[in-house]
Design a protein. Structure first.
Length: 422
């Protein structure tokens, strides 16, 4: 028989295998969509059916986030060229053009394979292959690493885009929720649950928020890579799961409270970065202090003692325990652990200001610190070889950057008594 005679049989086999797979997955799908998991006992999905007067959230509403997410990505590309780059020049963002290393095929091949500076044993081998001194090889890799660093304009554009989203989104959230009873009394979030009607404005607010975080996680590999890159992935994934779960199970009221609470600090952080990259120190310092107070108060006080208490203990008083409540609270705990970690970094920066009179340049684990540490490590290695003390170390062993640190008092020069080597 020819290929044309065997083709229908192949298609039948594929169709039969697809049917078998669907039958195998059907019990799992039915179990995941079971009302016993996601809403309190005594209610079913039939209680959340739409009527002419009342609308409820449904999972298929969230499919709209996929085209909106790609719309966000396309808008960002246009925004960077039309708005962010000209604004960076207007605000005085200055780029330092790194010097290109001399061409070397052996060193370039090693760099493309490993994307880092070679170890000591690799350094000597590369030096012999290229007929160079080890110190020359170190300098070549240092210059090559500088070539791949994200530019200051790219960092400014990223912060500018997020400011363009977070500030209007926070204002819209306040306008939508300020007259809602559950924003002032969290116990109202569960009044009449799960049969709580969905307002069209709240549905739109949810879809836009979910679309933005989907766009963030898609564009994360192309954004400025920070030291907490993996934590950012966990944060975005947990946020997407929380928004989706709270919408599908109609935890919409408490979900809007959580989103608004996180947007208020993000709407201060991104403008702080913008003015910091532009060297507008007085404005960035003021915004950073405001961000610190708001972040610590909302993430370490209101969120754990009001929101988490409400979603766990208060719901247990109203309903019998069910899986959806436990799973929702576990995702909230992941967010809270991330909030504690970032609060620790912020408190370290504030502590540095009170001790040294200077503020660390990085605001939230930016890549600048890792780049700076690479240079200082190379300087320390050279100093040890020469038998001298590296100038970047003080008595306690902490590094002091050659770059001007962020000043809270608006000055562009650190106090000499804090930079003196003792």
């Amino acid at each position: 028989r020819g290929p044309s005679a065997r083709l229908p049989r192949r298609e039948r086999r594929r169709a039969q295998s697809a049917v078998r797979r669907s039958r195998m997955l059907r019990p799992l799908t039915e179990w995941l969509c079971s009302h016993e998991l996601w809403i309190p006992p005594g209610f079913t999905w039939e209680d959340l059916k739409d009527t002419d007067e009342v609308q409820y959230p449904h999972p298929h509403h969230l499919l709209l986030c996929i085209p909106i997410a790609f719309l966000f990505i396309g808008t960002r590309l246009v925004f960077d060229r039309v708005v962010a780059v000209p604004l960076s020049r207007r605000l005085g963002v200055r780029e330092k053009v790194p010097r290109k290393p001399p061409p070397n095929t052996i060193l370039e091949a090693f760099y493309r394979k490993h994307q880092k500076r070679p170890e000591d044993r690799e350094l000597s081998g590369l030096a012999k292959q290229c007929d160079l001194q080890p110190r020359q090889v170190e300098r070549w890799f240092r210059s090559r690493l500088k070539q791949d660093r994200p530019s200051l304009t790219k960092k400014f554009c990223e912060a500018c885009w997020r400011s363009f989203y977070y500030i209007p989104c926070f204002i819209i959230g306040v306008a939508l929720l300020y007259n809602k009873p559950w924003i002032w009394d969290y116990r109202e979030c569960w009044n009449g649950y799960p049969q709580q009607p969905l307002l069209p404005s709240i549905s739109f607010y949810y879809v836009v928020q979910l679309s933005f975080y989907v766009a963030l996680i898609i564009s994360l590999p192309f954004d400025v890579k920070r030291k907490d890159h993996n934590l950012q992935i966990i944060h975005h994934a947990a946020t997407i799961c929380l928004i989706s779960l709270s919408y599908c199970a109609n935890y919409v009221r408490i979900g809007t409270v959580i989103m608004l609470m996180h947007d208020v600090s993000d709407s201060l952080l991104e403008p702080t970065k913008m003015f910091h990259y532009a060297k507008w120190n007085r404005i960035s310092d003021t915004l950073f202090l405001s961000f610190t107070v708001v972040f610590l108060f909302t993430r370490l006080v209101i969120f754990p003692f009001n929101v988490l208490y409400n979603t766990y203990y208060y719901t247990m008083e109203l309903y019998q325990p069910f899986f959806g409540c436990y799973f929702f609270n576990s995702l909230l705990m992941i967010l809270q652990l991330l909030n504690i970690f970032w609060s620790y970094l912020i408190i370290r920066m504030v502590n540095r200001f009170f001790i040294c009179g200077t503020m660390e340049k990085d605001l939230r684990s930016d890549s600048e610190d890792s780049e700076k540490s690479e240079e200082e490590t190379a300087q320390e290695m050279e100093a040890k070889k020469n038998g001298s003390v590296p100038s970047s170390l003080n008595r306690g062993g902490s590094s002091i950057s050659k770059e001007t640190p962020l000043q809270l008092n608006g000055s562009s020069h650190p106090n000499n008594r804090h930079t003196k080597i003792r």
